[in-house]
Design a protein. Sequence first.
Length: 571
Amino acid sequence: MNRTELFVNLKRVEPNDVFYSWIEEILHSTRLYVLVNGKSIGFFKCTRGVRQGDPLSPLLFCIAEDVLSHSISKALQDGELQPMVLCRNVQIPTHVLYADDIMVFCKGSKKHVCCLLHLFNSYGAISGQVINKQKSTFYSGAIPNSRLVMITNLLGFSVGTIPFTYLGYPIFVGKPKVIHFQSLVDKIKFKLASWKGAMLSIMGRVQLVKSIIHGMLVYSFHIYAWPRNLLKKLDMWIRNFIWRGDVGMRIICTVTWKRVCCSHEEGGLDTWSLVKINDSLLLHRCWKLFSSSDQWTLLCQSRYLTFGRPAHYYLRSSVWIGIKQHVSTVRKNSRWLIGMGVDVLFWLDTCLDKSLVELFNFPASAYPSLTAKVSSFIFNHKWKLPVSIVQQDASLASQIHLTTLPQLPIEDRLVWYSTTGGSLSVKQEFTHLFPTQQLVPWAQWLWHNFIPPSSPFVAWICFHNKMSTDENLIKRGYVVVSGCALCLSSKETTQLDIFFFIVTLPNTCGIGWVPCLMLCSTVAALRPFFIVYMQVEVEGLDPIKCKSIQCRLLYHQRYKSEVMDIPDTSI
């Protein structure tokens, strides 16, 4: 990047000489060194560009790219570039800037392509940022091959085809299919298979999935409705990785995945099913479509909605398929707070419990003539209703008059019924779609921030009665010789294991005998044993001994699970 041009643009943005001198000193005082055969050579000055990793570099880079953005906008105003036409009364953006890329949308005539090429060459000569033609691609619609050849010869770019992957995510047209997300799914499976799951505790694997795997999917879940069979396959791999550390192996005695994918208070491990995450994020996108006034929402409203309602004809869109299924939910659970009334349709939008067209049962054929704004019925901050409403339904007219109108010019706002401030977060959307289940009484003392999550995990399994005992294996249809490996007499059960571990421990542990406690299968009886390690004082129990008991139970669970490992043939 040419620093001379950068400083010129910086002075246009910030004419303050002191600030300008600070930035200039920061760039000129930079010193670099290189490693040659393992030895550092330098230091030497940096005369061009910005330093990678410097927090100031992205800001300076945006200031330099602002020149190209203004050049394209000016060419559009002068008529040298013509934008693409897709939606009625809404202009498609001509360009979108990213960190190292730029997307330009225009018509593919020779005049417009030559203008675009001239802008790129002029910007490269001034700023030093030259377009890499080998890495650049252009995409076209239904145009003749002769025009494709002409554009290729002028720009020197390669011809791209849809679908393609951009910034790691697929871009395609039509209904989302498995093939569109296969590359991302393969990447996730490779990560799960390459991680050393056996070296981590189960709670460590849960945290790894929440931090890495969910982070890789969250942006795509905001945009696309993933195929359900693909999400179930991903959930199966994640389940196997959490329980066994291997995506290709599953164990027998496990807590149901539906129960695992719950909060701690509901008896789960505070992780979530990918199907639920996808649905809640799509609801969030649908809410933004109706409540936001960003450029993308205006474009989508003009493209997908007719008088504020979903279009009844088929739209070959990859985004609309996921949003459409939540439109009715948003309309039923939200209403408009009237400000100036310029963004709200008087007859079609919901200002009361229902819209006026629903209250009067108007047919859909009458909607084109009912596009008046609320501002048309407000005069001097008071309602001025049509005579037809007052005469036909006086109670409805009085209800409208009770709607408070602001005395100051404020914007109209769409609010969600069940939230305090009217706005809707992703967490609230998740709770709306999937209400909280029955809470378990032991969760409030089992999970604490100051205790490692792996410590209460054994208690969590015991409370769900999913220890890998002979009793549970027989219930799953396995033929085993039932006999407790510890007392050599009784049938092995979860309650007996816990009782034996607390009553006595082998002397080889160096712990000796522990006072005998009367235990039963109730939660109240198990509670004193597991909370001792959580620094809760219980008379007669030693924290060190209880920690050893916990380790023995965990080892017993892992040993039994590994013996009964079976390959997952569905992978």
